[in-house]
Write a protein that binds this ligand. Structure first.
Ligand code: NDP
Length: 418
């Protein structure tokens, strides 16, 4: 059988990594098409990938196209014209719905890294997957098409870590704390590591977490703790709403609590609070001199493009799941995690670690789908799939992972400043 053609949509920080890795593992696919709203970014990334991975005089590794991914007709036509079999959506979450609909229309498999959101609605009710994704499951199922939802790092690999913990490490899982610490320094006064619109909005919104069989809501930055993680050391982390919390309770219905925590530095919090109090993080459009615009879109326009942070970015990230429960009648606490250095990501593909830790898992999933190993023929959240082939392959594509046994009293061994 011919190898499937891959279409990557979105040429931001994450799209750049996915495209670079698709060029590196081109042998897994027929052709690889790389599309975005405008041509300049995908063209520059494709030229760089060609320089890094291409054979002299050989055909281009990436075929560049432009498309408005919010236009179902244009997306459907692109999928058909390029005969794409798998669509990897790494544009914004506001494009998820039209891209999903064009996949079912044109007959292509679908992969994404973030849950769909309504662009101008804040604090939507949980679980978010019920709003846009899960109602589309019958459309994928009817045509035997696969849709793999949420396979970046968080959401993504952390969901796979939970599936791994359930399959191999625990008989019963009581709590999961997903912890994300970026111990790196990009040297900018203030910047977000991925799309500022999505990132600042998820920090600003009320925190949603799972406890005692229900979703709970608390104000942002109202709950904190200190953790000491491998490679990055001791950091303050804050409870935060995050995509994976909207699907993981289905995998772990017995868990008493599932919560997400992210580390923030003091400077970041100061600037964030000022922007928030001034109303500049609002997704609700306002009218200024006849122009209607959400203040957050304006903030995005003046912040550094996340893909430009990579050069000179020092330090590492550590993201993992602190899982507590029981194995063979004994209490157990295991931290399943990955670390990644910004510099090694830059050396590999010219990107920083946040983009890298999203693009590499997404491309790993695309390879498993192309090989027919992850091929559910319906819509799934990534934790519904067998975690083993993914965790075997991801280190080869670029990110390793480990498990550390932790003290049962909830402490973290050895305070270390990263
Ligand atoms: P960026 O904003 O840097 O890039 C988004 C890209 O999508 C841009 O190239 C943009 O084009 C393109 N795009 C936007 N709208 C359209 C459209 N209508 N049609 C075609 N192309 C479009 O985002 P990131 O690369 O940082 O993030 C990409 C995705 O990855 C987001 O959904 C984000 O939430 C997700 N993510 C997931 C993570 C995880 O761990 N799961 C972590 C980090 C990100 P243009 O350049 O013209 O604006």
């Amino acid at each position: 059988m011919d190898k499937p053609n891959l279409l990557i949509v979105g040429a931001g920080g994450v799209g750049a990594v996915a495209a670079q890795k698709a060029a590196q593992y081109h042998v897994e696919f027929g052709k690889v098409v790389f599309a975005s709203r405008t041509a300049a970014k995908p063209n520059a990334i494709a030229a760089d990938a060609q320089k890094r991975r291409g054979e002299p005089g050989a055909a281009p590794l990436l075929e560049v196209r432009t498309v408005d991914a919010k236009d179902v007709g244009a997306m459907t036509a692109l999928i058909r014209e390029t005969q794409s079999d798998i669509v990897l959506n790494v544009a914004t979450p506001y494009c998820n719905v039209p891209i999903m609909d064009s996949c079912t229309e044109a007959g292509a498999h679908y992969i994404d890294t973030a849950v769909a959101e309504d662009e101008y609605v804040e604090n939507a009710a949980a679980p978010w997957y019920e709003n846009f994704e899960w109602p589309r499951r019958p459309a994928f199922e009817k045509k035997g098409l696969s849709a793999i939802l949420g396979i970046g790092f968080d959401p993504g690999v952390v969901n796979v870590f939970c599936a791994h913990a359930k399959k191999h490490l625990f008989d019963r899982i009581d709590t999961v704390d997903i912890i994300d610490v970026n111990g790196g320094d990009h040297g900018q006064y203030f910047a977000t590591n991925f799309d500022p619109d999505t990132n600042l909005r998820e920090i600003k919104e009320d925190v949603i977490y799972w406890e005692d069989g229900a979703f709970k809501t608390i104000p942002h930055h109202s709950k904190e703790m200190e953790v000491t993680l491998p490679e990055v050391g001791t950091h303050k982390v804050y409870s935060m709403g995050h995509d994976e919390l909207h699907s993981l309770p289905k995998l772990l219905p017995e868990a008493k609590r599932i919560e997400f925590w992210m580390g923030f530095g003091e400077r970041y919090l100061q600037v964030f609070n000022v922007l928030d109090r001034l109303g500049l993080l609002s997704s609700a459009p306002i009218e200024v001199e006849g122009v209607r615009l959400a203040p957050l879109k304006m903030v995005k326009a003046v912040l550094p493009d996340p893909s430009t942070l990579a050069k000179g970015y020092s330090g590492k990230v550590c993201i993992g799941c602190d899982v507590r429960g029981v194995k063979d009648g004994q209490e157990r606490r295991s931290f399943v995690y990955s670390t990644c250095s910004h510099k090694s990501c830059y050396d590999d593909v010219g990107s920083q670690a946040i983009s890298y830790t999203t693009g590499v898992p997404a491309l790993t999933a695309a390879i498993l789908l192309a090989r027919g190993i992850w091929s559910p023929g319906t819509m799934v959240n990534v934790e519904e799939l067998d975690p083993d082939p993914f965790l075997d392959l991801m280190p080869e594509i670029g990110i390793g992972w480990e498990t550390q046994e932790l003290p049962l009293d909830g402490s973290w061994p050895g305070r270390r400043d990263g």
